[in-house]
Write a protein that binds this ligand. Sequence first.
Ligand code: FES
Ligand SMILES: [Fe+2]
Length: 405
Amino acid sequence: MLSRKDNEYLTKVGPGTPVGNLFRRHWLPALLSTELPEPDCAPVRLKLLGEELVAFRATSGRVGMLGTYCPHRNANLFWGRNEEEGLRCVYHGWKFDADGACVDMPNEPPRSQFNEKIQQTAYATAERGGVIWVYMGPPDLEPKVPELEWTLVPAENRNPSKRIQACNWLQNLEGEVDSSHANFLHAQLGPDRRPIRNDARDEDLHPVFSVLETDYGLAIAARRDAGPDKYYWRITPFMLPSYTIIPGTYSDAYTFTGAVPRDDTTTIGITVTWSSQHPVPQRPFVEVDSDFVPLQNKSNDYLIDREAQRTVSYTGIRGVRVQDMAVQEDQRGPISDRSREHLGSSDTGVIGTRRRIMRQAQALARGAEPPQVHSPEVYRIRSMAVVADRHVAWQDLMREHMPVA
Ligand code: FES
Ligand SMILES: [Fe+2]
């Protein structure tokens, strides 16, 4: 449970908010590279940390990220002409390059140097792993892009996808660090109409949670009994500010999730499946429309099928990620009221995650920079799902299984 005040502190991300400032110290994955497929293609509008932006790929291939409202008289640059290394406002022709400089002002006398006084908001961008990243913090403190493994493998070995989620980013993140929900929310039903428990690992429904503070954020461990002398360990890395990797591999592939705040009540969900070893299928994680809104969504009750819920699955909702969305998008609304929660021992990871973010935001407000943003190599980490003898310490298992070689 959190006080109303702390809940507000943790969830709000607009300009000037403490957690918004923390996000602004990090590179944020925001667009798929395929949204800007070629030089001088149509610009794309987006919202990030509550700010309205327009992205364009210039003639050179460089991605520009500008405030969307023209500094002349506030027309929307989304209507702009993307030509010759800049985006031109269609109202009176002012043109801006990717740095936000006004490079042409054709409706003013040629010798006027008014254009030199105009600077449009412009944010730094980087392209890694088939994703366009944005840095919205102070330019002189620009960090390096985190060295997540999926940004380092060949294109065919990764499958980035994107969806817009209709809730605050923290609800999405909390779902990722809560590994006890999988046995329920995502369970399939057997012929007896009870959740299928495949083996001893699934039988233990109340894992013991521990958290360990790390240089990238937290390692969140869930320990289940797996027979008389073994434990089943699932360890989720929580990487600041809001990134996680689902524990376990699916035929050698891992899955990353970034819960990137679009504004206070919507989230850009970036999910990437990747393998260091082999190509992975290129398909969307959830079916979305051209604006990345999932086809199964709140307005159609995620197409819940009550008969299927009686007979084949715990939720009756198709798709693991949609099952997550159904519960995350309405926890007393799009911003959960955490003053009304009752947290148990299975919420240890959720509590640790909140504390880690809050403490960094408070430290930043006092002037302490978040150290991980200048150490991109600490993000070279994987998740872990391993059965081991009970006497083996989980910290040793982590050292063996989690670092990317
Ligand atoms: S409003 Fe953009 S050029 Fe006038
Ligand atoms: Fe889930």
